[in-house]
Design a protein around this ligand. Structure first.
Ligand code: GLU
Length: 286
């Protein structure tokens, strides 16, 4: 019996629409890297946002990827089926006093920022001004008991004191010093969903033993937070390879809303998998 290679690469789409050329590039990039390293290639369906994600889109993703000639060595991990793993991670963070409940609405945050005349921004927009961080334990308990909904935020300052300096390796950019504080106290469990992108992606990449995380440069900065979460959750540290994003002839980034560039649309127009590879410049992948 031959055993599977130990290195693992992944593609982790969110099934909130059909795959477009940008996704095809990302999937092919990861797949090509996996072939190059004689590694496994696996899939993860990032469907925690149940308001936006649908099963039929996940099915369409499998079909489009198979049509492109990709195959994966394990059944895909479906995030919505693993909420207990994210709960476990939240417990570990709570035990280290790294979370606090935040009752603020978007409007509350905007008002607070307006009043303070300071509006520091991070990669995800406005940095949370810390309103709920200053609530006392009894205030928190009372509001929770009254049924107010809340998100869980990371106490970034405390997390930083626990971790000290951190670094991560990007295959293109080299050794990077982690600066997760540029995001402020990020939400790790949303009000509507008991997790978040940052938490679930970090937990899953560890549980799936990913050795190199490939994804677009649009998520480069998010890696600072993921590196911090790995440190406080005591998870293994992989490498990352953030690839460039592809653009259309006018220089616009290819996004899901460009329906005409959905893979199935192009399939319908008679394009072949080879045509798609050429359109995304797969030959230039390195
Ligand atoms: N699910 C994310 C997306 O579709 C990608 C997450 C990742 O690769 O880390 O944009």
């Amino acid at each position: 019996m031959t055993s599977l290679p130990s290195q693992i690469f992944r593609f982790a789409p969110s099934p909130s629409g059909h795959l477009h050329l940008g996704h095809a590039y990302s999937a092919l990039f990861s797949w090509t890297q996996a072939q190059k390293h004689n590694a496994q290639f696996i899939l993860r369906i990032e469907d925690i946002d149940t308001t936006r994600c649908r099963k039929e889109y996940a099915d369409a993703i499998y079909e489009d990827l198979s049509w492109l000639g990709l195959n994966w060595t394990k059944p895909p991990r479906i995030q919505s089926e693993h909420t207990e793993d994210y709960d476990q991670a939240l417990i570990k963070l709570k035990e280290q006093d790294l979370l606090y409940p935040c009752f603020c609405t978007r409007k509350d945050i905007q008002n607070e920022v307006r009043q303070s005349n300071r509006a520091p921004h991070g990669p995800d927009g406005l940095i949370y001004p810390g309103t709920c961080k200053n609530l006392s334990l009894s205030q928190r308990e009372e509001r929770i008991a009254q049924g107010e909904s809340y998100a869980l935020r990371l106490n970034m300052a405390r997390a930083r004191t626990l971790t000290g300096e951190l670094y991560w390796l990007d295959e293109r950019e080299g050794n990077i010093k982690a600066t997760p504080e540029i995001f402020g106290d990020v939400v790790l469990a949303r009000k509507d969903i008991h997790t978040s992108y940052h938490l679930s992606v970090t937990v899953d990449d560890a549980l799936q033993n990913i050795s190199c995380i490939t994804r677009g440069t649009d998520l480069f900065e998010a890696t600072h937070i993921h590196r911090l979460l790995q440190a406080v959750l005591k998870l293994p540290v992989p490498t990352w390879h953030h690839h460039e994003l592809i653009h259309d002839e006018e220089g616009n980034r290819l996004a899901k809303r460009h329906n005409s560039l959905a893979i199935r649309e192009l399939r319908g127009q008679g394009k072949s998998p080879e045509d798609i590879k050429e359109m995304v410049g797969i030959k230039n992948l390195s």
